[in-house]
Design a protein around this ligand. Structure first.
Ligand SMILES: CC(C)(COP(=O)(O)OP(=O)(O)OC[C@H]1O[C@@H](n2cnc3c(N)ncnc32)[C@H](O)[C@@H]1OP(=O)(O)O)[C@@H](O)C(=O)NCCC(=O)NCCS
Length: 418
């Protein structure tokens, strides 16, 4: 059986793959990233490996084949247990020239889809060396959650290494489905240029947000109401540590400061962070992406975390999960994002394929339900009012189970952590 993933094909391993796999599995740069303890493989061992794994009943293991027919490595699910509906995921792209081209992401996504949809699994787990940053970033971004750390469980290159156990559950996977296929750095470049073009003044005085109208008065009215709605959802912020994630020009961070919050503002557009730093030095400004787990660990935990019109640039569910990890016990996550079911949001998304993604109320509810330690979660729909003399949006009441007969333009939610 051949599975066409576009960028590569998958097929069962064959004896003719032995040469490539022999070279790859004995390459120290590759072996150094893999979990098992090995002193290297002989050709006979590789041949046995192919034979055993291509015949194993509780595995779905495939060789990864490029356009020229070369074997680049393998990917698959092991230890498939239909009684508890779990399986272990593993991947090796052993040909180093194929790294960083999106092949790992494509193959891992395929394995998740195959496991959850075809095999009806509930949980897929994996082991990864703590030192394997590339693989951990990939798994993080696809919705795997760290479940544990096996301390010093491997011996690699002359030292003990921790092994991280990660897992992903079926419902998370469904909610996670994302159209954001662009590699993160390309996407960031796109948004960087977009913001430079559309929010031209470095002092942020005429700044508008995202797809908001280029009509300045309307744009400002939307911003004002958005800030008001968010401030309402967060309660008192006095002396609380607050993160404005995807801060843009930092309007929200400044509002929080006025309310005596201790504000940190983070964005990946350098000009905005620089301008913010000059204009409001008392705010802590951080340059980077909130999907960068290392950076986010460094900035620490917050009592209030905000993502106002930011989640659509990074993939809402993955952004939401990353930010939830930054919410301190007793804290709140508050966000506004486009409703993917709204016709206007759909039109905007169509103009930015792969770079802009809203969420439906149902997917938002399941994503919130899947978060750990949620004490409460509530959603409001923001609908463009017919008569906008007072304010652009009409907001629905808060609800934990949105079941509207209409499609609000925006979704506002707040989730509280136990
Ligand atoms: C880990 C591995 C599967 C990743 O596959 P890949 O094809 O190289 O990676 P992709 O091009 O699909 O990139 C996927 C993600 O990995 C991360 N990544 C890729 N290159 C990276 C680098 N140089 N540094 C840090 N992260 C990197 C990024 O998060 C990237 O997503 P993004 O482009 O949206 O930011 C592959 O490199 C591999 O098999 N390596 C050797 C064996 C191994 O480590 N197996 C996993 C054991 S658990």
């Amino acid at each position: 059986m051949h599975i066409d993933l576009g960028i590569v094909q998958l097929r069962k391993p064959e004896p003719s793959d032995a040469d490539a796999l022999f070279a790859q599995k004995n390459d120290p740069d590759v072996a150094g990233q893999l979990g098992g303890f090995t002193k290297g493989y002989s050709r006979a061992e590789i041949a046995r490996w192919i034979e055993t794994h291509s015949a194993a009943k509780d595995e779905a293991l495939y060789a990864i084949i490029d356009q020229q027919g070369r074997c680049l490595g393998h990917v698959g699910l092991y230890n498939i247990d239909h009684r508890v509906r779990t399986a272990e995921f593993a991947i090796m792209i052993g040909d180093k020239s194929a790294w960083g081209k999106g092949i790992g992401r494509r193959c891992t996504k395929w394995a998740l889809e195959f496991g959850f949809q075809e095999l009806a699994l509930r949980r897929i787990y994996l082991n990864v060396l703590e030192s394997n940053v590339r693989a951990r970033k990939l798994y993080d971004s696809l919705g795997f959650t760290q479940e544990g750390c096996l301390r010093q469980a491997q011996w690699k290159s002359g030292r003990w290494v921790n092994v991280i156990v990660m897992g992903i559950l079926a419902e998370t996977e469904t909610a996670h489905e994302t159209t954001l296929t662009q590699p993160a750095d390309e996407r960031e470049k796109f948004w960087h240029e977009w913001f430079q073009k559309h929010t031209a003044t470095a002092d942020g005085r005429t700044a508008t947000w995202l797809d908001y109208s280029m009509d300045e008065t309307r744009g400002r009215a939307l911003q004002a109401q958005t800030l008001g709605l968010v401030m309402e959802a967060c309660g008192s912020v006095a002396n609380l540590r607050c993160l404005d994630a995807g801060c843009g020009w930092g309007q929200l961070a400044r509002c929080l400061e006025v309310q005596d919050g201790r504000a940190t503002a983070l964005d990946f557009v350098e000009e905005m962070v620089e301008a913010g730093r000059r204009r409001s030095p008392s705010i802590e400004w951080v340059l980077g992406s909130f999907l960068d787990a290392t950076l986010m660990e460094r900035v620490g935990l917050f009592d209030r975390v905000f993502a106002v019109e930011a989640l659509q640039c990074v993939g809402p569910v993955r952004g939401l999960r990353a930010l939830w990890e930054r919410v301190a016990p007793g804290g709140r996550l508050i966000a506004i994002l486009p409703n993917s079911e709204n016709p206007l949001s759909k039109t905007v998304a169509a103009t930015m394929p792969g770079r802009y993604e809203g969420l439906s109320p149902q997917d938002l509810t399941s994503a919130l339900t899947a978060l750990p330690d949620v004490e409460f979660a509530s959603i409001r729909g923001l609908v463009f009012a017919e008569d906008q003399k007072v304010a652009p949006y009409t907001a629905t009441p808060w609800t934990s189970q949105p079941n509207w007969s209409f499609s609000p333009n925006r979704l506002l939610f707040v989730a509280g952590r136990k």
